[in-house]
Design a protein around this ligand. Structure first.
Ligand code: AMP
Length: 265
């Protein structure tokens, strides 16, 4: 058994060298009937997972690593809202415009709005390459709605990865985070600085401190997280889906822990 797990783990790590491409997220950003070109190498497992963790634990970075290495598309509800921000107000649906107001204040968007936005994207939930939900669900009500949507589509979740980190480390990570206004790449002033201060290495765009990463908004987000999101871990633990992962250390160390945990399932 141990030998088999070791083999599975090596496969999960090696996948990094074989496939290091960013999956196409057209369907996630456009919604409705939009589709994308996602396929998975033959014989590869299509992972269908949810990522949990307070803002700033490095969940987004792990989502990118898992997505690039194991193939599932990163479906971040926060990214949908941030993309909506760049649209002309006349192009936004009323639900998206309302959601942006909550987001600006660092508050959670109401459950029905977020659930509606995910429900409008069934092609992503039944994607043959799998999916990695990042930032959704955030409340038990959202988790129940997701279970219903997946049940209707005949899709099962493989696992819920919960990244855990003490709060003081979270605040230090968040206030140093910088996001590219153009391509949305994420940096950190201390742990992942760009080559030129405030300039994106990938597209030359200007790096910004996200409105919801400002200290006042961080405090509100942490309160919202503790109140609404923490019970989710319990919800998924009871269903035998939860995998807890210590989120200290470098992104590679955390990814290895993730790969070990997935191989052990
Ligand atoms: P994130 O990038 O996941 O930290 O999300 C950024 C912001 O988008 C959050 O602070 C919320 O305002 C909003 N948001 C994203 N996903 C959700 C969700 N599942 N439920 C409620 N609000 C959300």
């Amino acid at each position: 058994m141990e030998i088999l797990r070791g083999f599975q783990f090596e496969l999960l790590c090696c996948a990094a060298k074989m496939t290091s491409t960013k999956p196409d997220r057209t369907a996630w950003f456009k919604g409705g009937t939009a589709s994308c070109q996602e396929t998975l190498a033959s014989g590869a497992h299509a992972y269908r997972m949810v990522l949990l963790g307070a803002p700033g634990v490095g969940k987004g970075t792990q989502a990118e690593l898992i997505s690039e290495r194991l193939g599932p598309c990163q479906l971040s509800t926060g990214d949908v809202f941030r993309a909506a921000k760049t649209l002309d107000p006349s192009e936004r649906t009323p639900a998206l415009s309302a959601a942006l107001e909550y987001m600006k204040r660092g508050e959670l968007v109401p459950d029905e709005t977020v659930i509606g936005i995910v429900r409008e994207r069934p092609n992503c939930l039944r994607c043959p390459a799998g999916f990695l939900l990042d930032g959704f669900p955030r409340t038990v009500q959202q988790a129940e709605a997701l279970a219903k949507m997946l049940g209707d589509l005949g899709v099962n979740l493989d696992a819920v990865l919960s990244y855990d980190l003490p709060i003081d480390q979270i605040v230090s990570r968040l206030s140093g985070r910088r996001t590219c206004g153009g391509c949305k790449a994420v940096y950190h002033v201390a742990t992942k600085p760009p080559k030129v201060v405030d300039v994106c290495d990938q597209c030359g765009g200007k790096l910004i401190l996200r409105e919801d990463d400002r200290p006042e908004a961080i405090r509100v987000r942490m309160e919202a997280y503790a109140k609404s999101t923490a019970p989710l871990a319990e919800y998924y633990r009871q269903r035998g889906l939860l995998i807890s992962i210590a989120a200290n250390g470098s992104p590679e160390e955390i990814y290895r822990r993730t790969a070990v945990a997935l191989a052990a399932r």
